[in-house]
Design a protein around this ligand. Structure first.
Ligand code: SF4
Length: 358
């Protein structure tokens, strides 16, 4: 028996993979073995979260950031970037348009920008929540009281990617930040009953298959409701400009193994994956993903939220983006969800529950 067949048999029996087995799967190169991994992830996705694909509308409302992450094009060190901040009315208008197009989740994302006070974000959350949608926030590390106020105002979900679980690599890539603080914020969010999302970049300089296996094990330990996985794409205005990019192929392997380890989670087929490979989003949906995040930021700002270069979909208006997403989902024989697309936590399910054989 080939080793992959033994690992799959064990997984189907127990729902578990050891670190060594995860590393083995991330290192697969043989095309037939890869197809076995992706087919299994696709089957697990269908069994646990069904055939619906959730479309989320994301508004990137400020590209100011007080941090200096080495991989990020909107870090405070990028002096060549025009900075923008949307005001409250503009953000609400963009949300209203997205809701009018049928989006059931609005994601508010920005750099770490203290310009937006706790009360401003509270107001945004409660007014968008009144539009009958789920609200996801992704505005970085804040105080526990801030997270509590936003939850109280109606926020459902929070995204805070840890990017790598290797503390040394984390410190190197995110000067002035600590892994411990990131994990503390994730703990606050879990305690406050958010559906918590995190995620990693694949192919960061210094990252190894072993550290990525640790990342996946940490995601499982945290029982995340959502996980975003995208390739590292070097930005020319950052210290990592000449580093090698992460590949679509490794990103798909990480995505597939994450589906095996977090069967109930909502996993997007990310824009970054679609940016390194024209077929990336389709391939992601076939390797365990069940979510598409579509950019509904007004076009005049979209190009400026340049975390990485050559970002896909910076020119397409939201109607065209949505039509393309619906077409893709339908072509795969799946359905676009008309619900809020809650994660396992909101449904009272432990993400580790896995009974493929029952
Ligand atoms: S990765 Fe996030 S926190 Fe770091 S510089 Fe970019 S936007 Fe800011």
């Amino acid at each position: 028996m080939r080793r992959i067949d033994g690992i799959i048999a064990k997984y189907l029996d127990t729902g578990r993979l050891s670190k060594e087995e995860i590393e083995f799967l991330l290192g697969l190169e043989d095309e037939a073995d890869l197809q076995k991994l992706f087919a299994l992830a696709n089957k697990v996705r269908e069994r646990f979260v069904g055939n619906e694909v959730h479309l989320r509308g994301i508004i990137e409302f400020s590209n100011y950031c007080s941090r200096a992450c080495l991989y990020c094009g909107i870090s405070r060190h990028n002096r060549h970037l025009s900075r923008y901040r949307m005001d409250v009315e503009e953000i609400l208008e963009a949300a209203k348009e997205a809701v009018g197009m049928g989006f059931k989740t609005i994601v508010l994302q920005s750099g770490e920008d203290p310009f937006y006070s706790t009360s401003t974000i509270t107001r945004l959350v409660s007014q968008i929540k009144a539009m009958d949608v789920a609200v996801t926030l992704s505005v970085g590390e804040r105080r526990r009281e801030d997270y509590a106020a936003w939850k109280e105002a109606g926020a459902d979900r929070y995204l805070l990617k840890f990017e790598t679980s290797d503390p040394d690599l984390y410190r190197r890539l995110r000067p002035g930040c600590s892994m411990a603080q990131r994990l503390q914020c994730l703990t606050y969010l879990k305690d406050l009953d958010y559906e918590v999302g995190s995620g990693i970049m694949v192919g960061l300089p210094g990252q190894t298959l072993s550290s990525m296996a640790d990342d996946i094990l940490l995601m499982r330990k945290l029982q995340l409701s959502m996980v975003g996985i995208g390739p590292f794409i070097p930005h020319p205005a950052t210290p990592l400009a000449s580093a090698q990019a992460g590949t679509a192929s490794l990103t798909l392997k990480v995505l597939a193994v994450t589906r095996l380890m977090l069967p109930w989670a909502n996993l997007p087929s990310t824009t970054a994956l679609g940016s390194v490979d024209r077929e990336g989003r389709r391939e992601g949906l076939l390797a365990g993903a069940n979510v598409l995040m579509l950019n509904v930021t007004p076009l005049k700002y979209r190009r400026l939220y340049e975390i990485y270069p050559a970002k896909a979909e910076v020119e397409d208006d939201p109607t065209a983006l949505k039509a393309a997403a619906v077409e893709l989902v339908t072509r795969l024989g799946r359905r676009v969800s008309s619900g809020y697309g809650e994660g396992p936590k909101a449904m009272g399910i432990a993400n580790s529950e896995l009974r493929m054989k029952s």
